[in-house]
Design a protein around this ligand. Structure first.
Ligand SMILES: CC(C)(COP(=O)(O)OP(=O)(O)OC[C@H]1O[C@@H](n2cnc3c(N)ncnc32)[C@H](O)[C@@H]1OP(=O)(O)O)[C@@H](O)C(=O)NCCC(=O)NCCS
Length: 319
């Protein structure tokens, strides 16, 4: 039994915010620095009060619509997010309630920018086991809420958004291989080291990062995990039609493509217009490429993510 992708959807809040717009808001930065170092030209930022569940709900509706699936028929809902609406209930339960589904298994996955790869890998295992038949997998983030807007080294890199897919059980090939990994010894190079205790925020509630350490780690594990899922599926990277890496930085994406021997023409890139939307980045890019006709039925697609934890993972599927 395979899990097969039958619908994609995505949603970006508001209008694009350019690098010049950020400089105009008093951040000591400029378009040239950001574009040269990251490839990012703009990102979307949610208006105050707009939550991950609202973004995720809109992406989910679009994916369900493409799949022709009624939300009531879902039996699994997984949301990857590091910026949930609440401590609890989970964002998955909030979206389930807004969709009007009752009874499905619903929970959040916290693997930061590898969150979508994790959620997809978990959903695939639920379906392959035979216990579940129709899954909604969402990556939704309002990362702008956990950015220190005084820290120009991080605040220019991220954006808000959501992407979703619908999977169903099928005897035709769908997901061919997945791999999920973590190394908690690297928790110090990318984190939000705060907590709520006794009604107060304690520690530091903003994203902190050692950019150069993250860069090196990301390129290494993104190429390793891509090779791993290809080997598990008995394919070479040359047989992959499309690579959709986590959209953090064009230089990380290009270095990963080079290591894997995948040329730029086979890599889906949205980081220039979305920035890093963490768990939403891969399903946003996937939806864009499905809707504009680049990804076609029967093609092999490799998606992969890497993020705080450190966590990393990949899935290889036939669309
Ligand atoms: C963050 C990143 C772009 C920084 O690039 P870098 O070449 O390592 O740059 P540095 O941090 O060494 O900073 C170089 C200079 O630019 C300055 N700078 C930092 N942010 C700036 C900004 N937004 N605008 C202008 N100048 C900036 C720094 O203050 C520093 O100046 P100094 O030399 O006078 O001290 C890069 O390390 C990176 O992309 N890392 C990976 C981040 C990532 O993808 N994280 C998410 C993974 S899921």
């Amino acid at each position: 039994m395979y899990s097969r992708l039958i619908g994609t959807g995505s949603f970006l809040p508001g209008n694009p915010v350019s690098n010049a717009d950020l400089a105009g808001r008093g951040i000591d930065t400029n378009d040239d620095w950001i574009v040269t170092r990251t490839g990012i030209r703009s990102r979307h930022l949610a208006a105050p009060g707009v939550t991950s569940s609202e973004l995720g709900l809109e992406a989910a509706r679009r994916a369900l619509d493409m799949a022709g699936v009624d939300a009531a028929d879902l039996d699994l809902i997984i949301v990857a997010t590091s910026t949930p609406d609440f401590i609890f209930p989970s964002t998955a339960c909030l979206i389930q309630g807004k969709l009007g589904n009752k009874g499905a298994t619903a929970f959040d996955v916290q693997a930061v920018c590898a969150g979508f790869a994790y959620a997809l890998g978990i959903a695939d295992k639920f379906i392959a086991s035979g216990s579940h038949k129709k899954a909604l997998v969402i990556g939704a983030e309002v990362f702008s809420r956990i950015l220190d807007w005084q820290d120009r080294g991080t605040c220019v890199l991220f954006g808000d958004g959501a992407g979703a897919i619908v999977l169903e059980a099928s005897d035709k090939p769908g997901i061919l291989a997945t791999a999920l990994h973590a190394d908690g010894s690297q928790s110090g190079i990318l984190n939000v080291p705060g907590q709520i205790c006794g009604g107060q925020v304690t520690g530091d509630p903003f994203l902190r990062m050692d950019g150069q350490a993250v860069f090196k780690f990301a390129v290494r594990v993104l190429s390793e995990v891509a090779e791993e899922v290809c080997a598990a599926a008995g394919l070479s990277t040359a047989e992959v039609d499309w690579l959709i890496p986590h959209q953090a930085n064009i230089r990380i994406i290009e270095a990963t493509g080079k290591k894997l021997g995948v040329d730029r023409g086979r890599i889906i890139v949205t980081v220039d217009r979305h920035g890093n939307t963490s768990a939403a980045s891969v399903p946003l890019a996937l939806d864009e490429a499905v809707r504009d006709g680049r990804i076609r039925r029967g093609q092999k697609v490799l998606v992969e993510g890497v993020g705080g934890g450190f966590t990393w993972g990949a899935a290889l599927f036939e669309f």
